[in-house]
Design a protein around this ligand. Sequence first.
Ligand code: C2O
Length: 541
Amino acid sequence: MKFLILFGILFKLSSADFYCDCSNKQTFSAEFNVEWFFAAPDGYIRHVLGINRQFPAPVIHVCKGDTIKITVINKIDAPTSIHWHGMFQYGTLTSDGVPGVTQCAIQPGDYYQYKFHTDYQAGTYWYHSHYSVQYIDGLKGALIIHDPKDPWISAYEDEDILMLTDWYHTLALDLEAYYLSPASNGTEPIPDTALINGIGQYNCSLVNKCSYYDTIIQVNTTKRFRIINTSAFAVFVLTIHGHKMRMIEADGVNLDGNIIVDSLRINAGQRYSVLVHANEQNPKRNYWIQATIDSDVMASAPVQPTVKAILRYVDENGCYVSSKKPINSHLNSTDDNLKILDSIHEGDQFIDIYSSLVPLDSPVPQQSTKKVLIEIEFYANDENVNLAHFNNISFLHLMDTTLLSLTRAQQPYPQSNNVQIIQYGDIIDIILNNHDTGEHPIHLHGHIFWILAAGKTNDGDYNSSQVVLNTLNPLARDTASINPISYMVLRFEANNPGLWMMHCHIDWHLQAGLALVWAEAAELLHYKYGLSKELDVCAAY
Ligand code: C2O
């Protein structure tokens, strides 16, 4: 039986004008109500933290150059804030959304307006609460900046988002309380399962009818998938059965498209765009899109580490070619799954992707003006709680004021905020040595960094006499994963005065203190944000 698809709109030739008319600059305005509600994304009902009672939170589609203006209204009984992951926030530091750094947390019943432009960037981004562990409970959504001049735009006819997340059946605050207690011994909470665009299949025999996220592809066309890992902890390996993926974007940076993969490993905070072509396949059937949590990096495996979505073929007329589910419907026992697990165990091969992914252009500064050595270590404090440290400092969020306010009032920064002072125009080389046995996705606010070198697992500390830095065509992005007992060298340009957090995007590790703040040309912040002798006091919660 054939099903007619009513949305002829799906087959418009340019995906960019499907979403928005990019012919003139616009302002995307919205009210975001932060609220709890009940939902069962994977068949298990729980309290979910959403925006306007939606989970995942609404997708924001804008064009490059548009302004985004969003009023966040706090309707829960805890403070909140929203960070726009990957946005440079040129001149709009107070919209970066980090409580204790760029703003006071938004108190219950209060609101805050975020307003920023998208002049110098395009691609796949996301947004999430930056307060406590709220994004783990659901407060996150996709943010797509379309560019009519995207170098890949003529290579695909349609596009969709695959937003991945790990998913927990216990409220994040309870998990965090356990994690940051002596009892956990530093072992991170294990997710129960995973979701694609807010849909998962925790236990199909119990629920007896699992639902799947559905996405269509028209035969003989190419579709762009924007893959976003919004996990608290999980690294995903994603496959689209029977299809290869051409990698064209990493964190808003366009790639040369020469890397084509069967499976893709993606860490928390990272994004990729891939092109999938629908013609060398058997066009009379549907295919699984499958994301599996890499449980090797966890103390134990999730109950259901795999989530699936359906890639549905439609013919030239937009009719489904098959009403059947893809074959191999058992989540844990297919050959494909085994293949995926194999590829997971080759983990390093995927991380090595940093040396194989080549951006379309790489305007990397050839020399640095400053080197900053940063060491990652986890160890227990006096209360036997395992904390995370950059250079022996475990980050503690300011509650009663912000670093921006301290800057304006010319007061010293607390040591626990690990503030690194840099000057306008500095070219910084961050030499990161990971002394921990875990992998850490390091994210920098307000910038992208070039990955000049990245060691394999157990390579140990960076050794400048042995490692050649790639200053020819290094990949730039905003979130890069450092291997266990290994190093990375990241270069970035201080071209954006502000107070920019850098942290591990495993949310448990951020809560355990794996964060610091770059005070970049902080003396210039007075001009933009005013000089104030008084210290701003954040309303007490
Ligand atoms: Cu998406 Cu500070 O993070």
